[in-house]
Design a protein around this ligand. Structure first.
Ligand code: HEC
Ligand code: HEC
Length: 386
C-alpha cells in the first residue's frame, strides 16, 4: 500500500456504514480500501464544479461505473476497455476501437492526473469538465464508442435493477429521491477520474522529495537535455505533468503531416476553431507514465519514444520523410542529438513511470473482487454463502 500523506482520498468506513439498506450489498462485497490516496504536497485540490463536490462515496460509485460493461449498449465495453490501468489508462492501440468494432480516428488518451487538464481530449478548447466529457463516449456515433445515444432509459433501467448500484447511488447522492440519473452517472465517473493521481515516479522522488539518487545517471543526463535550450522539450511540455503549462499555449503543431500532401489529415484544433492557422494543432499531452502509453500522438501513428525523438530532431515527421524544412505553422525546430543522448532522453522519459499508479488496487476493477466473492473464492477470506 502507498503510505498516506497529504489529503485523504478514500475513507471507506463511511461508505460501508451506510450500505446496510440493500439486501445483497453487504460490506464485504466491496474490495477493501485500506488507506488513502495521498495528494502530493505540491498538487492543489482538483477543481470540481459547484454541483459535484468531491466525496469518497461518489468516487467509489464512479469506479464501479468506469469498469462496468453495462455502460455499452451491447455489453462489450466499459470506459476501462479503452482506458486500462496497466497502460496508465490508455489502451496500447494506435486508434481506439468502439463497442461495435468501429475504429476511432484518434488514440485513447491516458488519464494520469486528468483532473488537472485545462481542456479535455486532443483538440477541443471548449471541452473543460470531466462531467461533460463522459457524455462523449456514451453518445458518440462517429464512431460508436459505448453506443448509448438515445438509449438512456435502457442504461438507467440496467443500473437501477442492480441492488448494489441502488445502494451505491443512495450513499453517493444522499437525500435525492431518484439518484440514478445520467447526470449523476457523469458526476460519479468524473469524481472517480479525479482520483487518478500519480506522483510516485522516480522523477517525483527527485522533485518532491529531493532524493538525488532517484534517477539513474542516464536519466539525469536525459532530464538536462529535456530542459535544455537545444532540445526545447520543456518549452511545450511544462508544469508538474509536463503538459501544456498553465500560462502557455495549449495546442501546437508538431509537424507530423505535410498539410499540402496529406489529404486525410485530422484537422486538429481547426476542426473546432475553424481557423486555418490551427490546422494540425493538438493539445500538448502530459508526459507522466508516457513509457507505458505507446503508440504515440493523436492518431497513434508513432510507435516508439525513439521515433518520437527522431521526428522532433528532424523538425517533425513530415520534414524527416521529405528531407525538407518544417512547413508553415510547425512549432518545432530541428536539432542534433547523438545516439547516446537519445538513450539518455528515453531514460528520463522512463523515469516518469509511476509503477504504484499502474497497479494500485484502489484504482482497479472492483467487479473482479465482487465476482471472486460471488464465485465463493476463499482468497479474500470471506465466508461462502450457501
Ligand atoms: C472506444 C474507446 C473509448 C471508450 C469506450 C472511452 N474512451 Fe475515453 N477516450 C477515447 C479516445 C479515443 C479519446 C480521445 C478523444 C478525442 O481526442 O477526440 C478519449 C479521451 C478521454 C478523456 C480526455 C482525457 C484528456 O486528457 O483530455 C477522458 C477524460 C476520457 N476519455 C474518459 C472516458 C470515460 C469516463 C469513459 C467511459 C464513460 C471513456 N472515456 C470511454 C477512447 C475511449
Ligand atoms: C512546440 C511544442 C512541443 C515541443 C517543443 C515538444 N513537444 Fe512533444 N508534443 C507536443 C504536442 C502538441 C504533442 C501532440 C502532437 C499530436 O498528437 O499530434 C506532443 C506529443 C509528444 C509525445 C507523445 C505523447 C503521447 O501521449 O502520445 C511525446 C513522448 C513527446 N511529445 C515528447 C517530447 C520531447 C521528448 C520533446 C523534446 C525533444 C518534445 N516533446 C518537444 C508539443 C511539443
Amino acid at each position: 500500500m502507498i503510505p498516506g500523506r497529504g489529503a485523504v482520498f478514500f475513507l471507506v468506513a463511511a461508505l460501508l456504514a451506510s450500505c446496510t439498506a440493500a439486501p445483497r450489498h453487504e460490506p464485504h462485497f466491496l474490495p477493501k480500501i485500506e488507506s488513502a490516496i495521498p495528494l502530493p504536497p505540491s498538487f492543489p485540490a482538483p477543481v470540481t464544479p459547484p454541483d459535484n463536490r468531491f466525496t469518497l462515496q461518489k468516487a467509489e460509485l464512479g469506479r464501479y461505473l468506469f469498469y462496468d460493461v453495462r455502460l455499452s449498449h451491447n455489453g462489450t465495453e466499459s470506459c476501462a476497455s479503452c482506458h486500462q490501468q496497466q497502460f496508465a489508462f490508455s489502451d496500447h492501440r494506435p486508434r481506439a476501437i468502439g463497442s461495435t468494432g468501429q475504429q476511432h480516428s484518434r488514440n485513447s488518451m491516458g488519464l494520469t492526473n486528468v483532473a488537472y487538464r485545462r481542456t479535455l481530449t486532443w483538440a477541443d478548447p471548449k471541452m473543460r469538465l470531466l462531467e461533460q466529457q463522459v457524455l462523449v463516449p456514451l453518445n458518440n456515433e462517429h464512431p460508436v464508442e459505448l453506443g448509448m445515444a438515445g438509449r438512456y432509459e435502457l442504461l438507467l433501467q440496467r443500473i437501477g435493477s442492480d441492488p448494489r448500484y441502488r445502494a451505491l447511488f443512495a450513499t453517493a447522492f444522499p437525500g435525492e429521491e431518484k439518484p440514478i440519473t445520467i447526470d449523476n452517472i457523469a458526476r460519479a465517473l468524473a469524481t472517480f477520474e479525479r482520483t487518478l493521481i500519480s506522483a510516485r515516479s522516480p522523477y517525483d522522488r527527485l522533485v518532491l522529495n529531493g532524493d538525488s539518487t532517484a534517477l539513474s545517471p542516464a536519466a539525469w543526463r536525459g532530464m538536462r537535455l529535456f530542459f535544455s535550450t537545444r532540445l526545447r522539450c520543456s518549452s511545450c511540455h511544462g508544469g508538474a505533468d509536463l503538459s501544456s503549462p498553465a500560462d502557455g499555449q495549449q495546442f501546437q503543431n508538431t509537424g507530423l503531416y505535410d498539410r499540402k500532401t496529406s489529404r486525410k489529415m485530422d484537422p486538429g484544433l481547426s476542426g473546432k476553431s475553424r481557423s486555418r492557422g490551427d490546422v494540425g494543432k493538438f493539445r500538448i499531452p502530459a508526459l507522466r507514465n508516457v513509457a507505458v502509453t505507446a503508440p504515440y500522438m493523436h492518431d497513434g501513428s508513432t510507435p516508439t519514444l525513439s521515433q518520437v525523438i527522431d521526428d522532433y530532431a528532424a523538425g517533425g515527421r513530415a520534414a524527416r520523410l521529405s528531407g525538407k524544412r518544417p512547413g508553415r505553422g510547425v512549432a518545432v525546430r530541428p536539432f542534433t542529438i547523438s545516439a547516446e543522448e537519445k538513450q539518455d532522453l528515453i531514460a528520463f522519459l522512463d523515469s516518469l513511470t509511476d509503477q504504484s499508479f499502474l497497479t494500485d488496487p484502489r484504482l482497479g476493477n472492483p467487479w473482479s473482487a465482487v465476482a471472486e466473492h460471488e464465485a465463493g473464492s476463499s482468497r479474500a477470506g470471506y465466508k461462502i454463502r450457501p
